[in-house]
Design a binder for this molecule. Structure first.
Ligand code: NAP
Length: 248
């Protein structure tokens, strides 16, 4: 049966790869993006070429009013929501804590943590049997950084991802008896444009040498784990984190 899956931050990287993998698995997708409308439209066209429906919804997930509007438009345009991938996330330039200003922490936590909480709340209201829904699945994007702490890089980002992990376990247990599974994926270093935002692009080749598999991961490899956690094959899996790190 075709299911409707909302993917936040789907204009590029892991979110775009997840949209395509969902379409290959026979699902319809709602693609959220923030700034890059043209890139999101290209992903939507690729999804449609695979025979799936793709709806495009712009919203800043850090803004509660925009998230509410996003879900209202989703209800009107796409139909009953079955899956949510809380993928939208940001980093900030490489720095030590004693070089950072609070404004960056507010943005990192607003997008990564508030954004995921806001979207999960709206998804639970639609999926949970306690709210008259038909069940569903949520996958949250954490990071290996949640366990490593990212010293000298972005401890704020690592802390935001640790928050995602606590939230994943807690929400999973809250809604486990209501037909909703909640899990997380913990990517290692994946070759996407996010590293340009932290100023780390130049250092990626050296970082690869420190990974047991001796290479960066691909967005498609993370998407595969996300789509498995969404699927019925993971029907008894909830409240867990799946590492996709090349052994790191
Ligand atoms: P990316 O290439 O930088 O893509 C980020 C996506 O998030 C873009 O589609 C962007 O939309 C969207 N986005 C950013 N801020 C948003 C906001 N406020 N509201 C809605 N959408 C927003 O990132 P990625 O590497 O694919 O990472 C995806 C997720 O995996 C993130 O949560 C990240 O923390 C996590 N992760 C990544 C890695 C890695 O090495 N790449 C490792 C561990 C975890 P626009 O382009 O339209 O603005």
């Amino acid at each position: 049966m075709r299911k409707i899956i909302l993917i936040t931050g789907a204009s590029r990287g892991i979110g775009a790869a997840t949209a395509l993998r969902c379409a290959q698995a026979g699902h319809d997708v709602v693609l959220n993006y923030h700034r890059e409308a043209a890139a999101a439209e290209r992903v939507a066209q690729q999804v449609r070429a695979l025979g799936a429906q793709a709806h495009l919804l712009q919203a800043d997930v850090a803004d509660p009013a925009q998230v509410l509007a996003l879900f209202q438009r989703l209800d009107q345009q796409a139909g009953p929501l079955w899956g949510l991938v809380n993928n939208a996330g940001v980093v900030a330039p490489k720095a030590r804590l004693d070089e950072m200003e609070p404004e960056r922490w507010q943005r990192v936590f607003a997008v990564n943590v508030m954004g995921s909480l806001l979207c999960a709340r709206e998804a639970v209201k639609r999926m949970s049997r306690a709210h008259g829904g038909a069940g569903g699945a949520i996958v949250n994007l954490s990071s290996r950084a949640a366990l490593l702490g990212s010293p000298g890089l972005y401890v704020d980002y690592a802390a935001s991802k640790a928050a995602i992990e606590a939230f994943t376990v807690g929400l999973a247990r809250e809604v486990a008896a209501e037909g909703v599974r909640v899990n997380g994926v913990r990517p290692g270093i994946i070759a996407t444009d996010i590293h340009a935002d932290s100023g780390m692009s130049e250092e990626l080749a050296a970082a690869a040498a420190g990974i047991p598999m001796q290479r960066l991961g691909r967005s498609e490899e993370v998407a595969e784990a996300i789509v498995w956690l969404l699927s019925e094959a993971a029907s008894y899996t909830t409240g867990t984190m799946l590492d996709v790190t090349g052994g790191r």
